[in-house]
Design a protein around this ligand. Structure first.
Ligand code: KG4
Ligand code: ZN
Length: 333
């Protein structure tokens, strides 16, 4: 069964062809980083306009990459939310038009479910597992009990982990998006140079808070204006504080739910220090950590194809009246 998947929830336009929920026939992505960089964040109006220009070439690109045509497609999956409504609508309209014209089943996919299932393009992970989505918009923990069965365990009370990376990077003059720039700079810094706060909230809490650490970085820089070397120490110490909290809570979740496997997804999951620290901590606690390859951690349509396949297989269908959902908590629907 071949699924045409479309993703346009934020600032990346993606189209993918996925076979049987696990094989990537094509994964085409057009990033808008260049468009939004000068504003230091995603400008929703510009994002939806750029999606409009990109959507058809990206879908065409996906079909060409797979040496395929719409006649070989068996179903259409599209990100329905959460995300920017104007951006989501562009992908949804394209998906509806194709599904209607070709008389194909259509299904709307939760973007967070897509992130959590991206791992199945590379690994067979037995259920249940603890899943984390750590991206620019989300930092959430789930208990995954099946391909379409997720229980929400905790989420951020304020900023997402990626948002904290982006804001600190912007403050340090490292550009947008900032996660990769901080990771790069942190390699030449000392992670124990500055004891930035770790917000664990209550003991064993599976919720997160990352707004305090961003303020702590700003306050530290005001009190001690950093030299060039000093900025690397700030980047390394900041990254270490975020990683400490993410690793601790993923392990707590696995222990609380007595699960021996964890899957980390979303843009922040490509962070090398997080991968290294969680793999080590997992080893010490008998927990196996899985990470998708970086190109599958970031927003992409391939992950939407995996989720779409399992939803269609479970009998889920959406009609041409399907709306976009700016908010759509996973695990409560
Ligand atoms: O999943 P994603 O591509 O888009 C969203 O759904 O948000 O995640 C983007 C986020 C950005 O905040 C970016 O700074 C962060 O992921 N990110 C990283 C790294 N690469 C991307 N954060 C830390 N370390 C990285 N290497
Ligand atoms: Zn995402």
């Amino acid at each position: 069964m071949i699924i045409l998947a479309i993703e346009s929830s934020c600032d990346d336009t993606g189209a993918a062809l996925i076979e049987d929920g696990r094989r990537v026939l094509a994964n085409c992505l057009s990033s808008q980083d260049e468009v939004h960089r000068r504003y230091g964040g995603v400008v929703p109006e510009l994002a939806s306009r750029r999606h409009l220009e990109n959507i058809l070439p990206v879908i065409r690109g996906g079909l060409d990459q797979a040496h395929s045509s719409l006649d070989e497609v068996n179903g259409v999956a599209v990100t329905r939310g959460p995300g920017l409504v104007g951006s989501l609508l562009v992908g949804i309209m394209a998906a509806k038009a194709i599904a209607h014209a070709k008389n194909l089943p259509l299904v709307g996919v939760n973007h967070l479910m897509g992130h959590l299932l991206a791992i199945f393009l590379e690994h067979e992970v037995p259920f249940p597992f603890i899943g984390m989505v750590a991206s620019g918009g989300h930092t959430s923990l789930y208990l995954a009990e099946g391909f379409t069965a997720f229980r929400a365990l905790g989420k951020t009370k304020d900023d997402a982990a990626g948002e904290a990376f982006d804001k600190v990077a912007k403050y340090l003059g490292l550009g947008y998006p900032g996660g990769m720039a901080i990771e790069h700079l942190a390699r030449s810094g000392n992670p124990t140079a500055i004891p930035f706060p770790r917000a664990y909230l209550a003991k064993d809490s599976l919720d997160f808070s990352f707004s305090g650490i961003k303020t702590a970085v700003v306050n530290h820089c005001r009190a001690h204006p950093p030299s060039d070397d000093g900025i690397a120490d700030i980047a390394a110490s900041f990254q270490e504080a975020v990683v400490d909290v993410l690793v601790a809570k993923i392990i707590w979740a696995a222990q609380q739910y007595k699960v021996g496997r964890v899957v980390v997804a979303g843009g922040v999951a490509s962070n090398g220090r997080l991968r290294e620290r969680l793999t080590k901590a997992g080893g010490e606690h008998g927990i196996q950590a899985y990470f998708p390859s970086p190109y599958l951690c970031r927003d992409n349509a391939a992950m939407i194809g995996v989720a779409g396949y399992h939803l269609l297989k479970a009998g889920r269908r959406d009609g041409l009246d399907m709306s976009a959902l700016s908010r759509w908590p996973l695990g409560k629907d």
